[in-house]
Design a protein around this ligand. Sequence first.
Ligand code: AMP
Ligand code: ZN
Length: 114
Amino acid sequence: MFDDQCVFCQIAQNKISAQKIMENEDLFAINDISPKTPIHILIIPKTHIPSINDLKTDNQTLIGKLFTAAREISKQKKLSEGYRLVINTGPHAGQTVHHLHLHLLGGQQMESMV
Ligand code: AMP
Ligand code: ZN
């Protein structure tokens, strides 16, 4: 379930301290250490899945829970004007932490990327 070399696994196990905005048995959410927007939160499954490419059929419910958590956090943070959800996968997308995570970005007007 955990990878000892992985920073998000260490946070999941409270080996590195981080203020958790939300936590349940499946996932947790933290502020990004290097925020790109006024609100930049990472929603992270507790189990170590390196990327979207490593998802198994069994993980489908978990992925749904990440998006449900994003919706709940958006309400908590009063992002009624909108927000962006991003999952970087692989080097071309700039993935730097190889433990699946959903970025929730908001708090400012953003240009469309697609
Ligand atoms: P990605 O490029 O999608 O892999 O995003 C990884 C994100 O994790 C980056 O936005 C980093 O700023 C963030 N990050 C890395 N280490 C930490 C940490 N210890 N606590 C919070 N955010 C982190
Ligand atoms: Zn991990």
